[in-house]
Design a binder for this molecule. Structure first.
Ligand code: HEM
Length: 151
């Protein structure tokens, strides 16, 4: 049984942060697609304003990419931290670390191909696999913590 008031472990916090940030990126991505703002930033990897505050013209595109920068750091930290953890936690966390690189490259192709439908579909599909891997990492870490097994 879990002790009352016991704080979640680092693994639980890291995987939850990665999961919720990825969910937010996906929501923003779908918003960009459905509001036809996909080509508002013609450059890669950053929008024309770089790291400055964006103009309203490409606010969501800029936010999508900035959030990717933060989220990928969390995903890499989760993967590195999972190395000495049980297989059920380590495997999806490391796979997520690899998939996020593929997803960022696909993001580049989405922009450079001027929103080729197949590439945008691939970007959505890869995003879903990434989310699934992070969800597995979180669920297994949470279960271990609940059962009072240190992770
Ligand atoms: C963790 C990384 C990322 C995730 C999870 C992610 C997720 C998504 C999702 C779910 C969509 C909506 C796709 C659809 O509605 O079919 C999207 C759209 C988009 N993403 Fe990403 N994305 C990521 C990284 C990037 C990067 C690095 C770039 C480019 C620098 C990028 C550029 C775009 C663009 C331009 C769209 C709009 C596509 C359109 O208008 O059809 N994404 N993203």
């Amino acid at each position: 049984m879990q002790e009352k008031g016991k704080l979640p472990t680092k693994m639980v916090c890291l995987s939850f942060a990665s999961l919720s940030l990825t969910y937010s990126i996906m929501l923003i991505g779908v918003y960009i697609t459905s509001s036809h703002q996909g080509l508002s930033c013609p450059d890669w990897p950053l929008c024309p304003n770089g790291f400055d505050l964006p103009s309203s013209k490409y606010f969501f595109e800029h936010f999508h990419r900035l959030l990717v920068l933060i989220t990928s750091s969390f995903i890499f930290a989760t993967a590195i931290y999972s190395i000495r953890k049980p297989r059920q936690i380590k495997n999806p966390a490391v796979i997520a670390g690899i998939i996020v690189v593929v997803q960022i490259l696909l993001g580049m192709f989405v922009v450079n191909s001027k929103l080729q439908a197949v590439i945008v579909a691939g970007h959505l599909g890869t995003g879903m696999i990434l989310f699934a891997m992070l969800l597995l990492t979180f669920i297994y870490s949470y279960k271990q913590w609940k059962n009072n097994i240190k992770v």
